[in-house]
Design a protein around this ligand. Sequence first.
Ligand SMILES: [Zn+2]
Length: 312
Amino acid sequence: MGGVRRVRGLGCFCQKGASALALAASAFFVFAGSAWGAAYPSTGPASAGQVRTHAPAPLPTGAIRPYAKGGVTDAGNKALVGSQAKLKSLSGIAPGTVIDAAQIDFEDVDKYFMWWDIEEGDNLFSRINGKSYQKNDVVPVSSLKYLKLPHYNFDGQIQVGELVVGADVKDDFLNIFKELFLAQYQIQSMYLVDNYWVGNGTDTDSASIDENNTSAFCFRAATASENLSWHAYGRAIDINPQQNPYVSYANGTPQWSHENANGYIDRDTGLPHVITTEDLAYQTFLKYGFIWGGELGTVRDYQHFAKPIETP
Ligand SMILES: [Zn+2]
C-alpha cells in the first residue's frame, strides 16, 4: 500500500468526549467516482497454506513470549502447515495463512488464541514503532498486547488474523473472537494497520478500510479533534469496514467516504457481513461490555466496537 492517496480518506473517527456532529460537519464528503476507490477485493482467495498479500514476515521466536495458556512457540509448528497433523498453536504461522480445517483441534481451540507482550527493541515493536505506535505520554507500549488468532474468511476458510489491543481488554478480544470463530463468523482479513502504512494514521486507516481489513490499535487522534480515538488505546476495533461503513446523516442524507461501501449504506438489505443488532458480532461484543458505533445517532460507525475506559 505504498501509493499516494490523492484524496484524504476518512476512516473511523469515533472518539471520547467530543461531538461526533462536529467531526461530521468538518470532515465528510461523498465520493463521486473518484479514481482511488474500488480496490476491493485486491486479492483472490488463498488456498490452504498460502499467504495472502499484506502478510508480514513471520515473527522470529525468541524476541516474543508465548501465551502461557497452552501456546507453544517452537518453529516446528510452522512446518506442520499443509500436513495432516493438528496444529499445536499458531506460533510461527504468518497472519493471512489459510489453514485446512482438518488441522484445527476443535476439541481445544484455546491454544490458537494467543497473545504476546510488545517491548521496545523486539521485532513486534520494530514493526509498529513510528507507524501505528507513536511515542507518547499516554499509551505506553507496555499497555498493548499482540494477538494472533484464527478466523473464518469470506470464502469460509480458516485464516490467521492478528491484532494489537489494550492489555486490559485482551481477554475480552480473545474470548469474543473465540466465540465468533466457533460460530464460523466471517471476517475478510485481520492484519495490523501497519501493513497499509502510507505515512500517517488517518490515511493508513483509510487504506486499510479500502481493503476491507479488520483492525484495532492505531495511535491517532480522531479527525478534527485533539482527542484520541479509542483505537489509540487498543480499546476499539473496526469489523469488515466495507460492509459496515462510517455514515453521517447530519445533513439529512447519508454521507460516506469509501466507495467500496456504496452497496452497504442501506442497512436493511440482508446482505452477508452487514452488522445489525441481529448480528452475532454485535451480540457478542455487547455481551463483553463493548458499545457499538452503529447506535451513535446522526453519525453511525457500523464497523466500530469500543470498550471505553470506565470513569468513576
Ligand atoms: Zn473504529
